[in-house]
Design a protein around this ligand. Structure first.
Ligand code: MTE
Ligand code: MO
Length: 390
């Protein structure tokens, strides 16, 4: 496999995770929904906000204003992208995936080895945990095909002592490690982990196709992990190593970069629960508003960890919460599109907001209710949007 990995500044990765990286803005065209149906402009983002600069960009937002029944699956070349260490060029013929560590039979698999295994198709939408309002463009929805991770681990013969599975990408970079008074720099591959118990879930795959076509370089060609229901960072791209071990893994992108610090009142005392970013928090967002004559439609999506949903509701200005309708194409781990028929919209600027509720009664909270969260990742509050009705 090609090992010429572009080095990049640590700063760049920092900006990427916040979604603040400046992206070029060529033209975007919004697909029409139905005969005579046109888009209502948002006033909280510029009209040319976030187009897709290039299909090979390491960082790219998806223009969520394009969602709709016809674009339920995000086109492969428009899928959002985060590549902390750039986009490595990998030669498919030279590609190898190693399974090592606490296994009886270490393995080295070629792309063809992966492709000749029983293919598993997993519809999965996800967002970067750095995704935020108003446009929430670090999210997309795809149909992934690949080999079941649990089968690979089973074939390798995981030993009794094993507790943790670490996934390494081919991409690498210098990263700073602070230890007491010292800071040193290590050249490291991108790496993420999960417990063996999680890794044995039947719906996690090593994917080699997106929407029925080979992965693009940006999306992890030739193969990547897909962990349905988890934040994007779990989906290790350009996957080259699966390492089984006894100890918890606390690497850079596991325990330091992608973590959330939030206060919680436990037994009368505020305790800071500092967690790794794993399962997606329940979140809905309004992404598009259209009209046909004087009848308006509000479209949005819900993402979560796969817990079934009870409802999604929309509120206009200070009005009551009103039930929206789910798209019949939704699956457990896809993003869940919804539509709300907005009747009687009056000319002028309006505020629209959505909230999702799951079957356990968990309700998407407001920003004020989530104020105890100190760090910006896992932004799952309600996102008010502003639109202008002509
Ligand atoms: N090898 C590797 N995998 C990676 C990353 C990376 O930088 N390197 N970024 C992660 C992050 S933070 C996210 S949000 C998702 C984005 O997946 P996508 O680019 O296919 O949308 O990839 C994840 N997998
Ligand atoms: Mo991410």
């Amino acid at each position: 496999m090609t090992r010429q990995i572009p080095r990049r500044e640590v700063l760049r990765a920092g900006l990427a995770a916040t979604g603040l990286l400046a992206i070029g803005v060529p033209e975007w065209a919004m697909p029409a929904l139905a005969q005579g149906e046109t888009d209502v402009p948002f006033t909280d983002v510029p009209p040319n906000f976030n187009s897709n600069p290039s299909p090979t960009a390491a960082f790219r937002q998806y223009d969520t204003r394009k969602i709709g029944a016809a674009s339920f699956w995000t086109p492969r070349d428009e899928f959002f992208a985060i590549g902390h260490n750039g986009v490595p060029e990998v030669d498919a013929g030279a590609y190898r995936l190693e399974v090592t560590g606490r296994v009886g039979s270490p393995m080295e698999l070629t792309l063809a080895d992966l492709q000749t295994r029983q293919p598993v198709e997993v519809p999965a939408g996800y967002e970067c945990s750095g995704n935020r309002g108003p446009a929430n463009g670090l999210s997309s929805n795809g149909r992934w095909t690949g080999a079941r991770l649990a089968d690979l681990l089973e074939d390798a013969g995981v030993q009794d002592a094993a507790r943790e599975v670490v996934f390494f990408g081919i991409d690498r970079a210098e990263s700073e490690v602070a230890f007491r008074q010292n800071t040193f720099t290590l050249d490291q591959q991108f790496a993420r982990s999960m417990s063996l118990e999680n890794a044995m879930r039947a719906d996690i795959i090593v994917a080699y196709a997106l929407n029925g076509e080979p992965l693009t370089p940006t999306q992890g060609f030739p193969a990547r992990l897909i962990v349905p229901g988890w934040y994007g960072v779990a989906n290790v791209k350009w996957l080259s190593g699966i390492h089984v071990q006894e100890d918890r893994f606390v690497g850079h992108f596991q325990a330091r970069w992608y973590r959330t610090v939030a206060g919680e009142t436990i037994g009368g005392d505020v305790k800071y629960t500092e967690n790794e970013v794993t399962k997606m928090r329940l979140k809905s967002a309004i992404a598009r508003v259209t009209h046909t004559g004087s009848s308006h439609r509000v479209l949005g999506f819900v993402l979560n960890d796969g817990t079934p949903l009870r409802s999604v509701e929309v509120r206009v200005d200070d009005g009551p919460w009103q039930a929206a309708t789910f798209d019949p194409q939704n699956t457990q781990y896809s993003w869940k599109l919804f539509t709300y028929a907005w009747n009687g919209a009056t000319p002028g600027e309006h505020t629209l907001v959505s909230r999702a509720t799951d079957v356990n009664g968990r309700v998407q909270a407001t920003a004020e209710e989530l104020a105890a969260k100190q760090t910006f990742l896992e932004a799952a509050e309600q996102f008010p949007r502003r639109v202008m009705i002509a």
